[in-house]
Ligand binder design. Sequence first.
Ligand SMILES: Nc1ncnc2c1ncn2[C@@H]1O[C@H](COP(=O)(O)OP(=O)(O)OP(=O)(O)O)[C@@H](O)[C@H]1O
Length: 218
Amino acid sequence: MLTVMAIVARAFISYSAKRGPRPLVICGPSGSGKSTLLKRLFAEYPETFGFSVSHTTRKPRAGEQNGVHYHFVSAEQMSTLIGNDEFIETATFSGNQYGTSKQAVYDVQAQGKVCVLDIEIQGVEQIKKSHLDPVYIFNMPPTVEDLEKRLKKRGTETEETLAKRLEAAGREMAYGQAPGNFDIIVVNDDLDRAYEEFRNFIVTSIQKQISEGINVKL
Ligand SMILES: Nc1ncnc2c1ncn2[C@@H]1O[C@H](COP(=O)(O)OP(=O)(O)OP(=O)(O)O)[C@@H](O)[C@H]1O
């Protein structure tokens, strides 16, 4: 019995090692500070992390390269990919479809980088059904009142979009705090303190993977 378990464990480790480092899912209400934390993380570890290249049905703009800025696809190709369950998350903005494919995440892993996925709850639910096996981080503000203040101060919202974001925040915070949904909940109260907790958790996880033979630069 022990031998079978050892074989299974070894097979799993070698499978993961081939795939590369585990992706990093970061989820949290709009305005909770995900971009702020990620920006600091990328600045501190410029070679460790990467973003996946999304698919889109919108036309390329001048200077945009297929496979670099986006994978540009037709609406028909997009539907086929969706039908084949290729995406972690899809969304529609002003008539165009966008999506993060599982393959795009594997491509980042193959470069020995930790693929960062800044996704919403639906994406988290999708990814839990996949084989991507990421590390899950939920980022939240101390209170919804703080969130409102920060979004107002950021100056990016109309009254309507602000109301929508705050309404979604209540649902998201309940999901984020439900037992078992995330590996860690980082409350973004004081930015320096929150960043330290965020960074230390990620670095510890990467160091563990390195000790298991995964190749990633830290
Ligand atoms: N700990 C903090 N204390 C005070 N303000 C903060 C803190 N963290 C972030 N902010 C500010 O709050 C605003 C929202 O942060 P940010 O844009 O990083 O959020 P986000 O979660 O990435 O939002 P979105 O999902 O809409 O992109 C920004 O103006 C940022 O400077």
